[in-house]
Design a binder for this molecule. Sequence first.
Ligand SMILES: [Ca+2]
Length: 383
Amino acid sequence: MKKISEMTRREFVTASAATLAVGSFTRSSEEDHAEDRQERQSERGRGPFRVIIDTDPGVDDALALLLAMRSPELKIEAITAVAGNVPLELTLPNALRMVEIAGRDDIPVAAGAKAPLLRRLVTATYAHGENGLGGAVFPEPKRKPVPETAAEFIRQIVRKYPGEVTLLTIGPLTNVAAALQSDAELARMVRGLVMMGGSLSGGNITPAAEFNIYVDPEAARIVFQSGIPITMVGLDVTRKTSLTDEHLRVLDGEQNPVSQAAAKIARNAINHNRERGFLVGPNMHDSLAIAGFLDASILQFEDYYVVGYSPDAGDLRRQPGMEKDAAAQKMPIRGSAPTLAGNRTSPVLREDFVPNTKVAVGVDSTRFFDLLISRLSGKQGTR
Ligand SMILES: [Ca+2]
């Protein structure tokens, strides 16, 4: 592909984020890195890219938000909170706390959905502690969210900058799906979507399901079928990222507020992980999705057609309306996603394979942590 500096504005906007990032990070010498940094700071260079971060902080969300807010490649138009790891009553103030810690008063925060589109909320306090930050305590935030709901705010921003906004989703997809449902034109105005979610190789909340997709599978289906160019950073790669005592030591050694906050969250997460008997980790699921957008060469991708759960087919034969019944809300089990084999419109049965998602299948964990820890600590390493 063309170098970014040779692209017209239209080509620049049209190219997908992942392809662009690969194109701009394939060179490796020190001079080229220096040149890249210069290019990044110029109008005709790489970024800044307009992004909205949808999040459910969440230990690794918190570190991912801090990483994003320390990354000059990103023009963060909004941070939108969603219920997930913990209820919205906690994810919203946790998002506001991170914005305050990073000193980013320029970034508006919107409150999103309190529950999935159709189902009752399943949380992950077992992994993130009751406060969502692994027990790391920070003062109550002074900032307030904007009056718009997350879905409405996403809609407004995407419409304001058609073709320019990439959605970085590191929680359940409820807010994004709600925005897409509210505006049939919206999906084609979104530049791309990079998600932490999904798995080709087994789940973390059930043997098959990854948490973000499991919490709101109907929302995931809406997103995967939206036509938005999607990059999926799932458990296949995020499970290969383990935060270590050495990373913590570097963060703790720098005295700026972001590094100290990151160290506090990291320390609690590492201790919490040990108490639960894990020998490695915690995994940096969400930070890897952000890092993969900043530098796609950290990840290797393959093209897939990813499907979401269908509420009106499959073993339980549930209809969307049924999910709202009190009995359905209390239903202890969830149906598996149905196969598409019996469906004549199935993309699986088409002669030509038409992928809808770039799925991350490999990761350079060392380079990922170089990026994450150097940005969080403010200590300049190789980047
Ligand atoms: Ca998350």
